[in-house]
Design a protein around this ligand. Sequence first.
Ligand SMILES: Cc1cc2nc3c(=O)[nH]c(=O)nc-3n(C[C@H](O)[C@H](O)[C@H](O)COP(=O)(O)O)c2cc1C
Length: 265
Amino acid sequence: MPARLCLRLIVKRIFEHRIISLSTMSTTPTSNPTCNVDLGGMRIKYKDKSETFTEDQLQFKEPIGQFKIWFDAACNLPTIQEPNAMIVATATRDGIPSARPVLLKGFSTEGFKFYTNYESRKGRELADNPNAALVFHWEPMRRTVRIEGRVEKTSQEDSDIYFSTRPFPSQIGAHASKQSAPIAGRETLMIKEREFLAQFSEGKVPRPPCWGGFIVIPKCVEFWQGQSDRLHDRIRFRRPQPNEKINNILVHQGDDGWVYERLSP
Ligand SMILES: Cc1cc2nc3c(=O)[nH]c(=O)nc-3n(C[C@H](O)[C@H](O)[C@H](O)COP(=O)(O)O)c2cc1C
């Protein structure tokens, strides 16, 4: 194909792509029954066979130490700006799920902590059904960690300590926002913010009683690493079933009461 024709085709493609992007990004809400975007060809490369994740690479035979190894690696990668961002999935008593990003604010052998409004949608769902799933997706590393477990509120003292370390505007925001409740417009928030700015001075903002920490006590933790051919690596730690036989073929004995196993991708 002549070079000029080739160039014209490329420009045409870019132009068409822009039109599609702009039409899907439209700011006026319209119904668009003709919008039908095929993403079948959208994919990137993951790891190749020279970079697999195998059992001998586990630096810990329990999930918290291993999580720290992967978390530290994510923290050291400049392309990951918020390595502590995770998705928290909760569900109603009837099992209707919902999910949203939050920030992990600490982890230990006791569990994984985040802070929020107890009267938010997630807070209410956790009060009714104290089970959650967490997902970290560190895209540049082609790694994901999935955690599932029971959830408890952290102590009031723990919530007070963390609240006191938050920046002043975030402390005011926690008072101003009835998280997850519908409001008439942004101005409603600004009015509330001004109200609390007049009431509290910097360094003296009390923690709202409805705001605090949750800790997810893990029952299972899966370490996933993606391969381009989709034969991904998945190593899951879990607590053994009562009287479960650990055969060291499918299920391996870990440390601190954990077992681990490889899952099919
Ligand atoms: C990267 C990121 C981090 C967030 N961290 C928190 C957080 O730590 N706590 C929180 O309550 N909301 C956080 N949010 C906002 C939540 O995603 C969500 O909008 C809010 O908690 C209300 O969720 P809910 O209505 O399902 O309860 C974060 C959002 C993003 C994008």
